[in-house]
Design a protein around this ligand. Structure first.
Ligand SMILES: [Zn+2]
Length: 73
């Protein structure tokens, strides 16, 4: 990735995006909210929804957790 691409990516980042660290810190809580009521989850933690839409690795973790939570329920 060159400097121009990095700049473009930076400028495209949604300011509500909480970033990987924050997303990972709350992922296990957030995933239970989503399993329970997706609309309420996005409402309560909009930065999480934004980050998961933008970040492939976090999205993968989230999808795996969500599948696990749903299998339990
Ligand atoms: Zn991430």
């Amino acid at each position: 990735m060159n400097g121009k691409d990095r700049l473009a990516r930076f400028l495209q980042t949604d300011p509500r995006d909480v970033g990987c660290d924050e997303a990972m810190a709350v992922l296990h809580v957030y995933v239970e909210l989503v399993a329970d009521d997706p609309a309420a989850a996005a409402d309560r933690f909009p930065g999480g929804a934004v980050h998961l839409a933008a970040c492939g690795p976090c999205r993968e973790d989230f999808d795996g957790l969500l599948a696990a939570v749903r299998n339990e329920g």
